[in-house]
Ligand binder design. Structure first.
Ligand SMILES: Cc1cc2nc3c(=O)[nH]c(=O)nc-3n(C[C@H](O)[C@H](O)[C@H](O)COP(=O)(O)OP(=O)(O)OC[C@H]3O[C@@H](n4cnc5c(N)ncnc54)[C@H](O)[C@@H]3O)c2cc1C
Length: 293
């Protein structure tokens, strides 16, 4: 199938982009790397008359230090984020997670703003940003700015909080406390360009040898990135042992809401979640013990 006929716009500022988006409403789509949108247009899943490119807007690209953390511009390519010294220093699990996504060509084009905005349940960066306590920065057509907690951004498959004309301008990650660490673990049916069957990202903060705080998020096993709250709560105040991780893995599997599809059955996905959660917790604790977040 062809991409269909559309007018391509190249706004030079966020304000112009938002104004175009508000003017054309549902007839328009923003274009960042195009690795999701162009597939949707070609397959007929989506059809729009106006495509608004965000690629010429300065300031939406790049990783920078901000008060209390780092800010990743929405149109920063995934490959750039994976190699960013600021990301690696602040939250290496994000860099590692991105390195497991797609293939190099898609990572060179695809952006973090697009990975969030498409609202796809198997998108890999949202659970990682959620576990980091990250936030999504948005600008609306009237120029107003707002920040939404990453876990509140996607409402349902392919449905986000974005209003007509509104765009994601950045993803913000807070500085992490001492003796904390995170790890992202993902399973796909082959190495290289394959979507996740399931993913789990775990974050822990240690006090002496005990787990003082824990957070676990799961991807591709629910309508949105899901918090495994009972699994995380089961670890708090406990020593970091293989038994505690296995129990948390079982609880996470029970909290998952997987569907059966081409990539795996719901039961298979639950089994994978239990294994991935155990691995993620083990690696997160090692990272927290090593002082490397
Ligand atoms: C072969 C292949 C393999 C892939 N593998 C993976 C994978 O392993 N893991 C994974 O998570 N994804 C994967 N994807 C999906 C896709 O590459 C990612 O979701 C990517 O991050 C999308 O970013 P993009 O910039 O290309 O988005 P685009 O395609 O440009 O946009 C996606 C959607 O978001 C909207 N949008 C984009 N940016 C903004 C913004 N700043 N504000 C508001 N709306 C916006 C667009 O209008 C569109 O609806 C894969 C895709 C392909 C083709």
């Amino acid at each position: 199938m062809s991409l269909g006929n559309f007018n391509l716009h190249h706004p030079a500022t966020v304000a112009e982009a938002c104004a175009l988006g508000a003017r054309f409403g549902r007839q328009a789509a923003y274009l960042a790397g195009g690795t999701e949108l162009l597939v949707d247009l070609r397959s007929g899943r989506k059809s729009v008359a106006e495509v608004i490119s965000l690629g010429s807007i300065p300031g939406l690209k790049g990783v920078r230090a901000i008060a209390g953390g780092i800010e990743i511009g929405a149109t920063t390519p995934l490959a750039v984020i994976a190699e960013s010294p600021l990301v690696i220093a602040n939250f290496p699990a994000l860099a590692e997670g991105i390195a497991t996504m797609a293939g190099r060509q898609v990572r060179n084009l695809g952006t973090i703003g697009g990975n969030f905005s498409c609202g796809v349940p198997c998108s890999d960066t949202p659970p990682i940003v959620c576990v980091a306590g990250g936030r999504v920065a948005l600008v609306a057509a009237d120029g107003s700015e707002r920040e939404v907690a990453a876990e509140k951004f996607v409402l349902a498959p392919r449905v986000t909080v974005l209003q007509p004309g509104e765009i994601v301008t950045a993803i913000r990650l807070p500085n992490q406390p001492a003796h904390s660490g995170a790890s992202f673990q993902r399973f796909s049916l082959r190495r290289g360009s394959a979507l996740a069957v399931a993913s789990v990202v775990a974050w822990v903060r240690l006090e002496k040898k005990n787990i003082a705080e824990a957070r676990i998020y799961m991807g591709a096993v629910g309508p949105v990135a899901l918090a495994a709250t009972q699994a995380a709560a089961s670890l708090v105040g406990k020593p970091a042992t293989a038994e505690a991780f296995a129990k948390a893995g079982d609880l996470a599997a029970a909290e998952a809401q997987p569907i059966s599809d081409l990539r795996g059955s719901a039961d298979y996905r639950r089994d994978i979640v239990a294994v991935l959660a155990t691995r993620a917790l083990t690696a997160a604790v090692q990272r927290a013990e090593g002082g490397d977040r």
